[in-house]
Design a protein around this ligand. Structure first.
Ligand SMILES: Nc1ncnc2c1ncn2[C@@H]1O[C@H](COP(=O)(O)OP(=O)(O)OP(=O)(O)O)[C@@H](O)[C@H]1O
Length: 250
């Protein structure tokens, strides 16, 4: 079982410290961990530290991985799409970047599967740079899936998706964790998605870890007021499912 934890992770840009002493409790294979927090809280910076593409103090520990070079797939907040490639080619390229350049039949099947899982099969021959923002976001997700990582770091992968596709993408993400045993860390602004799909929630605020636990434990009126500056509460709807009710900005 893969276990990811951090010890006093930090990051600074020039003289500004934007991430400070973030110690994440152990996160395990099979879990969806939502990372939430207001704008500029440090979510993307944390993901970049976890993906080891940004230097800084502290330690990120990853235990029990099969192949350290291939263990993590990271989807940035703004995946670029400048190359003149089709959707299929770009997803295949993402897979070959981690599995070597010899093309196997299994590679083509894996690309087909990743596109089908996100209901994008009919976009396979479209040119990447001609897609809509939401479609590009789904391609970024497919590029991560096709690498078959053990840890998936997704930085706001649903921000450009319509509600149906947000729910479908989150269902897929949850299945990757619960059915396939991946550890998924996902930055989200849509708190209802965190409530509905995450096993654990980390709240970042001002570059520090404000709280960590189940959604029920951390999405409290006090935490939401202190970090998001909203008056809000989680209450069961008429069907008995928990929903976030936002009364006002503070
Ligand atoms: N390359 C950079 N150079 C300088 N400052 C940066 C850089 N990247 C991020 N920052 C700063 O770090 C802080 C945290 O940014 P980050 O993108 O991690 O926040 P975030 O929680 O992901 O925000 P959002 O929800 O708006 O995407 C911000 O104050 C931002 O201005």
């Amino acid at each position: 079982m893969v276990v990811l934890s951090t010890h006093r992770l930090g990051a600074r840009f020039g003289s500004r410290q934007v991430l400070r002493d973030v110690t994440l409790p152990p996160c395990h294979s099979g879990e969806v961990v939502a990372v939430i927090g207001p704008n500029a809280a440090g979510k993307s910076t944390l993901f970049r530290r976890l993906a080891a593409i940004l230097p800084g103090p502290g330690e990120c520990r990853l235990e029990d991985v099969r192949d350290a070079d291939r263990a993590i797939a990271y989807m940035p907040q703004d995946p670029t799409a400048s190359a003149v490639l089709t959707v299929f080619e770009s997803v295949l390229l993402a897979r070959k970047q981690v599995s070597g350049w010899r093309l196997e039949r299994s590679d083509l099947m894996a690309v087909d599967q990743a596109l089908a899982a996100l209901d994008m099969g009919d976009l396979a021959s479209e040119i990447l740079s001609e897609l809509s923002g939401g479609q590009r976001q789904l391609v970024g997700l497919a590029q991560c899936l096709v690498r078959e990582p053990q840890v998936l770091l997704l930085d706001e992968p649903t921000s450009a998706l319509d509600m149906h596709r947000q729910l479908e993408a989150m269902r897929q993400v949850r299945s990757l964790a619960h059915d396939d045993g991946m550890l998924v860390l996902i930055a989200l602004h849509h708190l209802d998605l965190a409530l509905k799909f995450a096993d654990k929630v980390a709240i970042l605020h001002d570059g520090t870890l404000h709280d960590f636990g189940t959604a029920a434990d951390v999405l409290t009126p006090e935490n939401l007021a202190a970090t998001f500056r909203i008056r809000a509460r989680v209450e069961p709807c008429s069907q008995g499912k928990p929903h976030l009710i936002v009364d006002d900005a503070i």
